[in-house]
Design a protein around this ligand. Structure first.
Ligand SMILES: Cc1cc2nc3c(=O)[nH]c(=O)nc-3n(C[C@H](O)[C@H](O)[C@H](O)COP(=O)(O)O)c2cc1C
Length: 378
């Protein structure tokens, strides 16, 4: 594994080369030597005590394209969660499926962080007025012991886009434990056989090509790319060079010569096929029995976030691979013939709400940027 210290040491090894080119200042400015440090990453060190700390934990949840599409209102006895409609992804989330999943991820971090303080959360879903989405109320009570142990994983969880150990599949017990506590109605399908993995891997690679070929979809996706250190510090969200897990040399190069979004996508297509799918010992599909069930999408987010925290404790890596679902949703929204919906539904027997790969990682990854809690309070 490449540790952060190893990364910095290897980066320092390239100082001579950079300095010869007169680029040392550029390297510093572009964050070559400060991976995961700086204002965009301070939220990861926030204390998680009290109700404000519970909201700070929500900020650390996963969200599609790291859009962080939420805001919070802290009450004396709980937290109101709002969807932030200024942070939508357009055609890249044409049915708002990923918005609902992301809000579910935040809700789960709230429930886990509250449990660590001996508080039971009850969640009331609110009809969407003024973007108000859910009202969480806390009460002292008997908390689920599984949740309390997961709280310490909240600041440690990372989406890992690096290579996984293809020789070391998860045991049946590990796969089982990742799906424990799944809410009724949702199903976790595990794809572990060579045939199943080839089927889904091919679908992901094909959909990545379609994604890149669609100018409108790309425009909406690129709106969330933060390719320079200045953008990362300013916006504190989005898809970053560090998040690509491109290795020491690759990341250093990308930081010295920040790619255009199109160049970054060229690399994305390559790693999707050669790393993400080629090194996936297993995929997981979270399936809802019926389509368009927004509540099931939120529950999927909660289940995924909990699963990822559980995996983090076991040193197991996870990484959503949404491309087939993004293209399916785009075509559904456009009312077009839908080969992805057909392929996925035929296989899954319901609506695939989220898909991901899972395995033992071969590289460590750093935290992604976050807006500070203060910027999310309304
Ligand atoms: C609904 C949803 C869909 C996602 N889809 C993808 C994806 O297709 N590819 C990917 O690399 N990451 C995907 N992610 C992971 C996010 O990009 C990630 O959560 C975000 O960048 C924040 O990083 P973190 O999880 O390390 O905190 C997805 C996350 C969510 C919640």
């Amino acid at each position: 594994m490449v540790s952060r210290r190893g990364f910095i040491a290897a980066g320092l090894g390239t100082v001579g080369v950079i300095a010869v080119g007169g680029g040392l200042m550029k390297a510093v400015d572009n964050g070559v030597f400060s991976v995961g440090d700086g204002v965009a990453f301070e939220a990861w060190d926030a204390p998680l005590d009290g109700i404000e700390g519970i909201a700070a934990a929500a900020v650390l949840a996963a969200s599609s394209h790291n859009t962080q599409p939420w805001s919070f209102r802290i009450r004396e006895d709980g937290i109101d969660v709002m969807g932030d409609t200024s942070r939508l992804m357009g055609l890249a989330d044409a049915r708002l499926r990923e918005l609902h999943i992301s809000l579910g991820c935040a809700l789960e971090n709230i429930a886990v962080a509250a449990a660590a303080q001996g508080l039971v959360s009850s969640v009331e879903y609110v009809r969407r007025t003024d973007d108000h989405f859910a009202r969480v109320t806390f009460a002292k009570g008997e908390v689920d012991p599984q949740l309390t142990t997961l709280a310490e994983q909240i600041p440690l969880r990372r989406t890992n886009r690096g290579a996984y150990d293809i020789e070391r599949g998860l045991t049946a017990a590990e796969l089982e434990s990742l799906g424990s506590g799944f809410p009724g109605g949702l199903e976790l399908q595990r794809l572990t056989s060579a045939d199943d993995r080839a089927w889904f891997g091919d679908l992901v690679v094909q959909a990545t090509g379609e994604h890149i070929a669609d100018v409108d979809l790309q425009r909406d996706s690129h709106a969330w790319y933060r390719m320079t250190r200045q953008e990362v510090d300013e916006y504190r969200d989005g898809i970053t060079v560090d998040g690509a897990a491109a290795g020491v040399v690759g990341t250093t190069f990308l930081k010295l010569f920040p790619p255009t979004p199109d160049q970054f996508d060229g690399q994305w297509a390559k790693v999707t096929s050669e790393t993400h799918c080629a090194t996936a010992p297993a995929y997981g599909l979270i399936i809802a029995p019926s389509t368009d069930d927004h509540r099931a999408w939120v529950e999927t987010g909660r289940a995924y976030q909990r699963m990822h925290l559980t995996a983090t404790a076991l040193k197991i890596a996870m990484h959503p691979l949404s491309q087939p679902l993004t293209i399916r949703d785009r075509d559904l929204a456009r009312g077009e013939c839908n080969t992805y919906a057909d392929a996925l539904e035929q296989r899954a027997g319901g609506e695939v709400v989220l898909a991901f790969r899972v395995g033992y990682p071969l590289v460590d990854v750093t935290a992604s940027p976050r807006r500070p809690l203060g910027a999310t309070l309304s």
